[in-house]
Design a protein around this ligand. Sequence first.
Ligand code: SF4
Length: 80
Amino acid sequence: MEQICPNITTCNLVVRDDLGICEIDKKEYMTNYCNGDEKSWSVCTRYLTKKAINFCPDFVLPTSKMTPDEVIDKFDEVVN
Ligand code: SF4
């Protein structure tokens, strides 16, 4: 079983500091999802989105209440 999220080295929420997420929130996401065990990261909305569509826009957070289809719809709105 994976001990940390398999996306941890590529996920923009982790590797970038310019997404407008405050340090406290980022630390909380890292603790509750990214650095947790599979039970934790496997329910992250960013993880589920990437798994479904092989990509996750920056506006999606671990706690976002969105399905991959809703993410695609919002992404289309944002880029068009
Ligand atoms: S935000 Fe989600 S997908 Fe990204 S590294 Fe953390 S648990 Fe994985």
